[in-house]
Design a protein around this ligand. Structure first.
Ligand code: NAD
Length: 373
């Protein structure tokens, strides 16, 4: 059997994921599949909204990936974007007919960039069409859906990654390394905030599409950061929700959520999120030797500052990541394409998304809200 490079890497990825290829051979396959000669991994973008635009620009700047398909309810818009990215018109699908992408060999993976409650359906349908799935956060709007997504991808022997772009971002990685390397000493406490003033009419304010309020959308960055900074899983939660503005925007979801979490080591985290005020993303870690702060969970401009007692005296850090948007999306897609080529499990696999879903459920429960079931 003579295989094209694309078919070869696809078989390698599927074989490894399925446990059909022995580890040593998998490494060999990975080396070949990961070579620079390798054709790019082809992505079909499902949902052509705001984040999809960042993603597609990132893919354009990537040497590992390319856009090969689009799924949209707006044919005209899809054709315009297809022309921009060199996607043939025959690879544009409506939501209803997207299962036909099974036959499209140029599509290796999908990127699900739809409102939260649609992630599960489109992930599962894509897996059934034999495509690897990169799905936006939050993974779903229920713990049950998140588990079904993982099961569907496992059954189809395709990879599932949740698009936690900051895991691949240099300032975030440096913060994790510094904190876990002990520069601020024993971490005692972390505070974090992230929110914005949402305008009326957005799907984010509709519980059926969003699953919940700002916690699901932007508070999740604080939650996820507490986990990657400590390297621990939270064990205890207290949560509060409130709605102050009675202007009709918050008839369906809450306006504010604040919560605390305690980790097994005793580290305490205090977080807050809102749809009612501009609240620039931030976390600050307090330890026995000093503090470290990262400003911004955005697409660029992350800044790390710190002051701590070093071995040779006091240390002050002030480091700005000067990479510009869409560089984070290049890094993210390069990671997933590398996994698709080699069969490696992504750093932010479905299980990572599921944990956040379970913890958000714990936070809501503590606040007396039944959600994400
Ligand atoms: P958006 O509103 O800009 O885009 C949503 C897309 O889904 C649009 O193309 C819209 O046409 C389509 N769609 C299909 N059915 C729809 C329906 N019933 N209602 C509304 N839209 C429908 O949203 P967005 O900001 O791009 O967010 C999409 C997903 O990406 C969300 O899950 C969000 O949490 C996530 N997101 C992630 C990041 C990040 O940094 N990783 C940033 C923003 C959004």
């Amino acid at each position: 059997m003579r295989l094209s490079r694309r078919e070869f890497s696809r078989l390698a990825a599927l074989g490894v994921a399925a446990g059909m290829v022995p580890e040593g051979m998998a490494r060999g396959l990975a080396q070949v599949a990961g070579s620079s000669q390798q054709p790019k991994v082809g992505y079909c973008v499902i949902g052509l909204g705001r984040i999809a635009d960042h993603f597609m620009r990132g893919v354009k700047g990537s040497s590992t990936s390319t856009i090969t398909g689009l799924v949209s309810g707006h044919r005209e818009k899809a054709e315009r974007i297809a022309a921009q990215y060199g996607v043939p018109k025959s690879s544009i699908y409506s939501y209803e007919e997207m299962d036909r992408m099974r036959e499209n060999k140029a599509i290796d993976a999908v990127y699900v960039a739809l409102p939260n409650s649609m992630h599960a359906e489109y992930t599962i349908r894509s897996a059934k069409a034999g495509k690897h799935v990169l799905c936006e956060k939050p993974m779903s709007t229920s713990v049950k859906d998140a588990k079904a997504m993982i099961a569907a991808c496992d059954a189809a022997k395709v990879l599932l990654m949740i698009a936690y772009r900051l895991h691949y971002e240099p300032t975030t990685r440096r913060a994790i390394k510094l904190v876990q390397g002990g520069v601020v000493g024993q971490v005692q406490s972390i505070v974090s905030a992230n929110g914005f003033n949402e305008r009326a009419g957005e799907w984010r304010l509709d519980k059926k599409l969003a699953g919940g309020g700002p916690l699901m959308d932007v508070g999740i960055y604080c939650l996820n950061a507490m986990r990657y900074l400590t390297g621990e899983e939270p064990a205890k939660f207290t949560g509060y929700v409130s709605t102050i503005d009675k202007d009709g925007r918050f008839d369906s979801v809450e306006e504010n959520t604040s919560w605390t979490m305690q980790f097994p080591s005793g580290i305490e985290a205090t977080c807050t999120t809102t749809y009612g005020a501009q609240m620039p993303g931030v976390y600050k870690v307090f330890g026995s030797k000093g503090w470290l702060e990262v400003d911004n969970f955005g697409y660029d401009g992350l800044r790390l500052t710190a002051e701590y007692r070093g071995d040779a005296g006091p240390v002050k850090l002030d480091e700005l990541n000067t990479e510009k948007d869409p560089e984070q999306f290049v890094r993210q897609v390069d990671h997933f394409s590398g996994c698709v080529r080699t069969g490696r499990t992504p750093d932010t696999a479905g299980e990572e998304g599921l944990r956040d879903m379970e913890y958000m459920q714990d936070i809501y429960r503590s606040a007396g809200v039944v959600a994400l079931v």
